[in-house]
Design a protein around this ligand. Structure first.
Ligand SMILES: Cc1cc2nc3c(=O)[nH]c(=O)nc-3n(C[C@H](O)[C@H](O)[C@H](O)COP(=O)(O)OP(=O)(O)OC[C@H]3O[C@@H](n4cnc5c(N)ncnc54)[C@H](O)[C@@H]3O)c2cc1C
Length: 389
């Protein structure tokens, strides 16, 4: 394939956001170069949980990479109590990110994108006419750049400099066969860490075990992880080497688009601040940014401002509602836990979000409408637990 002197679009970072954008641009017949600093297939610190609503957004082809599916979740509190609520249909699928991300990248390549791995982007320089993309081995030019290089990449810095950005933290370990929970169910543990939760997610050859904290940095995340893992009987005292990575949660006020550079996925801090789900929003924002760029390629005065408006209209209201849920769930974890136990219908509303039937805004609205019904039972259970001690 000959190298054009200027690409229509360069995509920086080939996670689900970048590959989804590259796919949209390539299938519109435009020239697109995708660059990633890692050699593919590559590991990514992640629980690999994909909510079932991704199917409506991107089809079911990615199911070729799915290792496990769940219809129910076991909720626990401090490793002691537990209850399980089954749903009707699959809520979420679980993947290993090396295979899953390679699937999206291959799909973009098949649509005509040129992809180069093991080539880190060092700098972006935007002028009125184009963007210059500098790597260690080459300098490229493009009419537009899709910035999808994740939480710590260069793209978000190029648009936001040192502007404060919010980050949750996550630690995760993949545990091989023998350590996984016997049932094919996810386990969520409220208050596994202050202001967060812990998870055990099923995989084909084991499980993912991790913690995520949404209420500020924790000075001892590894110790928290070790404590959480020690409370999982199914892990049989295995020694787990957890890897940590920031989770770039929703940060209002960020610049997500200039005239020729747009940010999607983690680079745009498009992770929900309640559950820490980022893959679904990475694919959604990547697709949307890819289409926005295609729409601007022949414009007289190119500008990606419409993409920023789309994020603010479609995603931010969802994240704002998720933030309110987080304040409730992590501020009053015991009450939240008791409410869920006493009201399986409320848990089913949450399952409805995962299935794509409702959004976080609807969920928040329902909670408000039913607050008078929900709170007393939870408070009564809590009082009974205190008196029983
Ligand atoms: C511990 C943990 C657990 C999580 N669990 C879940 C979960 O279960 N479900 C869920 O939905 N989300 C989860 N997330 C969030 C999820 O991993 C991210 O939101 C998702 O990966 C975002 O996709 P992305 O394409 O935006 O970025 P990424 O997947 O991070 O991809 C960015 C790509 O950019 C490349 N890159 C970086 N810098 C450069 C550079 N300078 N030049 C070129 N390329 C570069 C990287 O190599 C990478 O391939 C978790 C996160 C953490 C930390």
């Amino acid at each position: 394939m000959s190298t054009p002197s200027i690409y229509d679009v360069i995509v920086v970072g080939l996670g689900p956001a970048g590959s989804s954008a590259a796919y949209e641009i390539a299938r519109a017949g435009r020239s697109v170069l995708g660059l990633d600093r890692a050699r593919f297939p590559r590991y990514k610190v992640c629980g690999g949980g994909v909510s079932a609503r991704l199917d409506a957004l991107a089809g079911r082809e990615y199911h070729a990479t799915v290792e496990a599916a769940i219809t129910g979740i076991t909720f626990r509190y401090e490793g002691r109590e537990a209850f399980t609520i089954e749903g009707r249909t699959p809520l979420a699928y679980f993947v290993m990110r090396d295979r899953f991300d390679a699937f999206w990248a291959d799909r973009a390549a098949e649509a005509g994108a040129r992809l180069c791995d093991a080539e880190a982007v060092l700098a972006l320089d935007e002028t009125d006419e184009h963007v210059t993309v500098t790597t260690a081995s080459a300098t490229y030019r493009a009419r537009f750049v899709v910035g999808t290089d994740g939480a710590l990449g260069v793209a978000t810095r190029s648009l936001n400099g040192s502007r404060a950005r919010r980050r949750a933290y996550g630690l995760e370990a993949e545990v091989p066969v023998g350590g996984c929970p016997p049932e094919r169910r996810a386990i969520l543990e409220m208050w596994a860490v202050p202001g967060g939760y812990g998870w055990t997610f099923p995989k084909a050859r084991g499980c993912s075990v991790g913690i995520a904290g949404f209420r500020g940095a924790d000075p001892r995340p590894k110790a928290r992880f070790a404590r959480f893992a020690s409370l999982q009987p199914a892990l049989c005292d295995q020694r787990l080497d957890a890897v940590g990575y920031p989770i770039p949660v929703y940060t209002p006020g960020l610049s997500l688009a200039s005239a020729r550079i747009g940010l999607a996925g983690d680079a745009g801090h498009l992770v929900d601040p309640f559950f820490g789900e980022g893959i679904y929003y990475a694919v959604w924002s990547g697709q949307s940014l890819g289409r926005a760029v295609v729409g601007q390629l022949d414009a007289e005065r190119p500008d990606l401002a419409a993409y920023q408006r789309w994020v603010e209209g479609a995603l931010y209201p969802e994240f704002e509602a998720a933030e309110r849920l987080a304040a409730l769930a992590y501020g009053y974890p015991r009450l939240w836990y008791e409410s869920m136990r006493a009201h399986p219908d409320v848990v089913d509303w949450f399952y409805g979000v995962l299935r794509g039937e409702i959004g976080y805004r609807d969920l928040w609205g329902r909670l408000k409408r039913h607050a008078v019904r929900l709170a007393p039972a939870a408070l009564a259970r809590r009082a009974a637990a205190i008196f029983a001690r």
